[in-house]
Design a protein around this ligand. Structure first.
Ligand SMILES: Nc1ncnc2c1ncn2[C@@H]1O[C@H](COP(=O)(O)OP(=O)(O)O)[C@@H](O)[C@H]1O
Ligand SMILES: O=C(CO)[C@@H](O)[C@H](O)COP(=O)(O)O
Length: 502
C-alpha cells in the first residue's frame, strides 16, 4: 500500500496539489498560477495546456523539492473549476481556448434555450440555462465559430482534460456533468431531448463515471513528463463545489455548507433527486454515488467586505476591521446592506441589480457600516435557507468555511441569522482535501467518503444561536427581503451611469 494520495485542486487562478497520508495529514503542498485571457468585456478564457503544465510543475515540485517518493504516491484525484468548455477534435486535440464558468457572452443562447424548452429544460436538468453553464457556451461556438464547430468531436470540462492527458482516457464524472446542463439528472444520463433540440451529436458527450471510479493509470508519456510512476492510479474526481462539500464533511442529510469566500455558497446535501427547486438553486450530482447537492451562489460575499475595506479603510488590519463590528449592535443600529454589488445569481438571477445601504443615519459610525456588511451577506444566505425551509429541507448543522469563517463574530452572526448551530473546521483545506479523499476512497483505503471523513475531517468550535438575537434578526431579515424588489427598477435606471466594466 502506498503512503500518499494527491488532491489536485484545479481552480480559476491557480492549481494547488496537496499530498496527504493515511491519517489525512497534509505532508506537502505545491501550487502554480495561471492567467485568464480576457479579450473583451464578459469574455473569460484559459488555455487547457496551462492547466496541464501547471499541474505537472506542482507534481514535479512535490517530488523534487518536497522529496515525496514517486512510488509512494498510490493515487490521485481532482477538484475542478466547473462548467468551462473544452472542445476537442477527432484526435482529441484542443480546438480553441476554454470558455470558462465566469464568461458571460452567451446571453442570446440562454434566451434561445429558454424560448425553445422553457420549464421542460429545468425539469430535465434541474437548472436554468445560465450563461455560466456549458451548454450555452457550446451553442455560442456552434453559432459563432462554425469552422471550429465542424471539427469538434468531443467536449469535456477542465479537470477532465487534465485527467485525459494523464491517463489517455476521456471521461466526465457525474458531479461535473450536471453543471453542463446537458444531463438528465433524474435518469443519470445525457439528455437526448436537449441534444436533439439543439442539434448536438450525442457522440460529443463523454462517457460518464462516478467520482470515486478508477479512470486509468498514469501513461508512460505522462510518467516521463511528471516524474510519477505508471503505477499511480487516477480517479474521476468532482466539481469544485462537490469536492469542497466532501472536504467539509457535508455527507449527511442534516448538513448544510456556508462558504464565505470571494463569492458565497450555501450548499445542501440532498439524499435524492425528488426535490425540485425549479432552477432557483443549482442542483448537482454529489461526489457520493447516487447522492446530490443543491446550492445557491451569492456573487459578492467576502468580496463585499473586501471592497468596503479597500475603499474606506485600506490601511487597517483585516481582522481588527472585522472585529470593530462588535462595537455596533444586532441590526447595525438600523443600517441595512444588500450585497448585490456585482449583480446576483441566487435567489435572484439578476445581472443588473446593485447593492445598497438603507437607513443611513447621521449617528452611524464606520463600525455600523462594517456590521451592516457582515449581516447583509448573511441575510442573503438566509434567503437561500428560506428556500430550503419552503421545500421542507430538514437540517441542524451548518459548516462554515472560507475566509469569512476566520471571524468568531461573523460565525456568531451566522448562527443567529440562520437560527442553527454553526461549526467551523479545524484544518480547512477546501476542495483539494475533498479531491484527496476521493482518491483515498477510490483506492479502498476507506469503504466510503463518509468513512474517510471520519479520519480526514475535524470540526472545530460550535456556535449556538442566541434566542434574543435570533428574534431581532428575524424582523430585520423581513425588512431586508423587501429591498431587492424596491431597488430593482432603480438599479436598472442607474445602469447608464455606471463605468464600463473591464
Ligand atoms: N480575518 C478575516 N476575518 C473575516 N473575513 C475575512 C478575513 N480575512 C479575509 N476575510 C474574507 O474572506 C474572503 C476571502 O475568502 P477565501 O476563502 O480566501 O476566498 P477565495 O478563495 O474565494 O478567494 C475575503 O473576501 C474577505 O472578505
Ligand atoms: O461557477 C461555479 C459554480 O457553479 C464556480 O464555483 C466555479 O466552479 C468556481 O471556480 P473557482 O473560483 O473555485 O476556481
Amino acid at each position: 500500500m502506498g503512503k500518499y494520495v494527491l488532491g489536485v485542486d484545479l481552480g480559476t487562478s491557480a492549481v494547488k496539489v496537496s499530498a496527504l497520508d493515511h491519517s489525512g495529514q497534509i505532508v506537502a503542498q505545491e501550487s502554480f498560477d495561471y492567467d485568464l485571457i480576457q479579450k473583451q468585456p464578459g469574455y473569460n478564457e484559459q488555455n487547457p495546456e496551462d492547466w496541464v503544465s501547471g499541474t505537472t510543475v506542482a507534481i514535479v515540485r512535490l517530488i523534487l523539492t518536497d522529496h515525496l517518493a514517486a512510488e509512494e504516491i498510490e493515487g490521485l484525484s481532482f477538484s475542478g473549476q466547473m462548467h468551462g468548455l473544452v472542445l476537442l477534435d477527432e484526435n482529441k486535440k484542443v480546438l480553441r481556448p476554454s470558455i470558462l464558468w465566469n464568461d458571460t457572452r452567451s446571453t442570446p443562447q440562454r434566451e434561445e434555450i429558454e424560448a425553445k424548452l422553457g420549464d421542460e429544460f429545468v425539469d430535465i436538468t434541474r437548472n436554468q440555462p445560465l450563461e455560466g453553464f456549458t451548454l450555452t457556451k457550446l451553442l455560442w461556438v456552434k453559432e459563432n465559430e462554425p469552422d471550429i464547430w465542424a471539427k469538434a468531436k468531443y467536449f469535456v470540462l477542465p479537470k477532465d482534460y487534465v485527467r485525459y492527458r494523464m491517463t489517455g482516457n476521456l471521461a466526465m464524472d457525474y458531479s461535473d456533468a450536471t453543471g453542463t446542463v446537458l444531463l438528465d439528472v433524474a435518469k443519470g444520463e445525457w439528455s437526448k431531448k436537449i441534444c436533439d433540440t439543439f442539434d448536438i451529436p450525442m457522440s460529443m458527450c463523454p462517457p460518464l463515471i462516478k467520482s470515486v471510479d478508477f479512470a486509468g493509470t498514469v501513461t508512460p508519456a505522462y510518467a516521463e513528463f511528471s516524474g510519477l510512476t505508471t503505477a499511480t492510479k487516477v480517479f474521476g474526481g468532482a466539481a469544485d463545489n462537490a469536492a469542497g462539500a466532501v472536504g467539509a464533511g457535508i455527507l449527511h442529510p442534516n448538513m448544510v455548507l456556508s462558504s464565505i469566500g470571494t463569492s458565497g455558497v450555501v450548499l445542501k446535501y440532498e439524499d435524492n433527486a425528488d426535490v425540485n427547486y425549479h432552477g432557483v438553486l443549482q442542483f448537482e450530482d454529489h461526489a457520493i454515488p447516487d447522492k446530490y447537492y443543491s446550492m445557491g451562489v451569492t456573487l459578492a460575499a467576502g468580496y463585499s467586505l473586501s471592497w468596503f475595506k479597500k475603499t474606506f479603510a485600506p490601511a487597517e488590519d483585516f481582522t481588527d476591521f472585522v472585529a470593530s463590528a462588535a462595537k455596533s449592535t444586532v441590526g447595525a443600529n438600523g443600517l441595512l446592506y444588500t450585497p448585490y454589488i456585482v449583480g446576483e445569481r441566487a435567489p435572484y438571477a439578476d445581472a443588473n441589480i446593485r447593492g445598497s445601504f438603507t437607513g443611513v443615519d447621521g449617528t452611524h459610525q464606520r463600525y455600523d457600516f462594517v456590521r451592516a456588511v457582515l449581516e447583509g451577506i448573511v441575510f442573503s444566505f438566509r434567503d437561500l435557507f428560506d428556500i430550503y425551509e419552503e421545500n421542507g429541507g430538514d437540517f441542524d448543522t451548518v459548516v462554515s468555511i472560507g475566509g469569512g469563517a476566520k471571524s468568531p463574530l461573523w460565525l456568531q452572526i451566522q448562527a443567529d441569522i440562520f437560527n442553527r448551530k454553526v461549526v467551523s473546521l479545524k484544518n480547512e483545506q477546501g476542495p483539494g482535501m475533498g479531491a484527496a479523499m476521493i482518491a483515498a476512497t477510490g483506492l479502498g483505503w476507506f469503504d466510503s467518503l463518509q468513512d474517510c471523513a471520519q479520519t480526514f475531517v475535524h470540526f472545530g468550535k460550535a456556535y449556538e444561536p442566541n434566542p434574543e438575537n435570533v428574534k431581532k434578526y428575524e424582523k430585520m431579515h423581513a425588512i431586508y427581503k423587501q429591498v431587492y424588489k424596491q431597488t430593482k427598477a432603480i438599479s436598472e435606471q442607474l445602469l447608464d451611469y455606471r463605468k464600463e466594466e473591464l
